[in-house]
Ligand binder design. Structure first.
Ligand SMILES: [Zn+2]
Length: 237
């Protein structure tokens, strides 16, 4: 038992950015000059040196914020990383979280919980149901002003109701959430070029607008989206 404990202690590493103590497999050697740039410049012999320890989420976030050129030019020392406002905020955000996935990080960026690179946010979300009377407008109202830097709209597939889907609104959307398979089928058949953005939520047409039961389902769906993650820091590994 003692041997195992000692082994674990030996393997623990500290992330320079967030200061979390983690097992070595959750920590990476981050190249202060990006490895790809070293390879391009034929400086492969330098690959072994000039690295610092970052946890996987901090490294992921650093590469999410800055491309290789920016890292090479401006974020090439420990001091640069530690004095970067966004990395500081990220460290504060992640400090008390033992296990965080890439998806979780992205969702939190989307929700404005941590700072982000604006242009990468999903800006336009469209909810689609049958008539645009009950389900999709409830989604629209629920998410309106809830997601930072994101516009939310809703539409239906039936003609003659408040707002019918058309090429323009489907093109406008970065992501199209439909309530059930009939809307998915409708978009696939009528607007095949937009179909790749469609995701089916799976809520049947039995609710009134802003129905408590429907609001509960929306909350459950959204929480599940945040929770159901492909965790790359899995405690059960
Ligand atoms: Zn970290």
């Amino acid at each position: 038992m003692k041997t195992i404990e000692r082994k674990n202690i030996k393997k623990e590493r500290i992330c320079i950015n967030c200061k979390r103590k983690l097992r070595s497999k959750y920590v990476v050697h981050h190249h202060l000059i990006p490895a790809q740039i070293l390879r391009e410049k034929n400086l492969i012999n330098k690959l072994r040196g000039n690295t610092i320890l970052l946890c996987k989420p901090c490294e992921f976030y650093l590469h999410y914020l800055y491309d290789n050129k920016e890292l090479e030019d401006n974020i090439n020392t420990i001091e640069n990383i530690l004095s970067d406002g966004k990395m500081k905020l990220f460290a504060e955000w992640i400090y008390d979280k033992p296990y965080v996935s890439k998806k979780q990080i992205k969702t939190c960026i989307l929700n404005g919980l941590i700072m982000n690179k604006k242009e990468e946010i999903m800006k336009h979300i469209l909810f689609v149901c049958k008539a645009n009377l009950n389900r999709s407008p409830t989604f629209e109202r629920f998410f309106k002003n809830k997601l930072k830097n994101t516009e939310v709209r809703s539409a239906g597939i039936y003609y003659g109701y408040p707002y019918q889907v058309n090429q323009e609104i489907l093109k406008w959307a970065d992501k199209i959430y439909v309530m059930d398979l009939s809307q998915s089928k409708f978009i696939k058949e009528n607007y095949p070029s937009q179909y790749k953005k469609v995701e089916v939520i799976g809520i049947s047409d039995e609710y009134n607008p802003d129905d408590d039961g429907l609001i509960d389902l929306i909350k459950f769906w959204w929480e599940d989206k945040i929770r159901n993650l492909s965790v790359f820091l899995n405690p059960k590994e």
